[in-house]
Ligand binder design. Structure first.
Ligand SMILES: Nc1ncnc2c1ncn2[C@@H]1O[C@H](COP(=O)(O)OP(=O)(O)OP(=O)(O)O)[C@@H](O)[C@H]1O
Ligand SMILES: [Mg+2]
Length: 219
């Protein structure tokens, strides 16, 4: 099992799935599985295509030879939440190891461990290269350089060569990525693009919560 990856294994006594290790999924989304009806009910658009795509990716993941590239130009549409719930469901359903990391966080950790000359960099890269299903969140939010493009290519390409799938989220479609075309071409080859409805659920929820608060204050 890759260091720090998260697995679900069946307990030999009770048969229930048991979690091991740390996936990197943010606490807010921890153990949030993919509930199709609930997740898509908040959008105004008809999300039949996205529903079908994610449903199949979760249910038949071992048969899928592509990863997912989930994007919207608007912020707060649910890309991170959706990716985390996909990871959790796939871990439980298919006993596939999972790992979540944001691209800026990955590059920050990598740069620091190279700078401090620790072994962390190698083990972190190896872990992300080997995990069954990886989510790289927020591609395009990093401060780009030739070095960042190279490191991302190295990670994504080596997973591809091992036949491992990657979920990538971004605020750009693949064509709109400012990263090197070698990287975007490889991503296009290995991921199916899925456009999220351009509806900011973050703002919607903030208004709703404020409204409920004011109501509770009798205002
Ligand atoms: N389908 C949904 N149902 C309920 N809550 C949702 C849904 N989608 C998003 N949210 C909530 O909206 C907020 C923003 O979601 P999230 O962080 O996943 O958006 P994002 O698209 O990743 O944003 P960004 O573009 O800034 O990375 C979070 O609080 C999340 O819990
Ligand atoms: Mg996000």
């Amino acid at each position: 099992m890759p260091v720090g990856a998260e697995y679900a294994i069946s307990c030999p006594k009770c048969g229930y799935k048991v979690k091991l290790g740390g996936s990197g999924i943010p606490g807010k989304y921890y153990s949030l599985g993919y509930d199709e009806e609930r997740f898509w009910s908040v959008y105004r658009d008809n999300c039949a295509q996205q529903k079908a795509m994610v449903g199949s990716f979760v249910a038949k993941n071992p048969q899928w030879k592509y990863g997912l590239y989930i994007w919207s130009t608007q912020r707060g549409t649910g890309k991170t939440r959706l990716s985390c719930s996909i990871l959790t469901s796939i871990k439980l359903k298919h006993e596939i190891s999972i790992r979540f990391i944001s691209v800026p966080d990955y590059l920050y950790k990598l740069r620091n461990s190279y700078r401090e000359n620790t072994v962390d960099a190698t083990s972190m890269v190896r872990e992300l290269m080997d995990v069954g299903l990886l989510c790289l969140d927020d591609l395009g939010a990093e401060k780009r350089s030739e070095w960042t493009d190279q490191e991302l290519y190295y990670l994504i390409d080596s997973r591809y060569r091992k036949g491992l799938k990657t979920i990538i989220t971004s605020n750009n479609d693949i064509t709109g990525l400012s990263e090197d075309s070698r990287l975007s071409d490889r991503i296009r080859e290995i991921c199916i693009e899925m456009h999220m409805p351009e509806q900011c659920i973050r703002t919607q929820q903030a208004f709703q919560q404020q409204h409920e608060f004011l109501q509770s204050m009798g205002l």
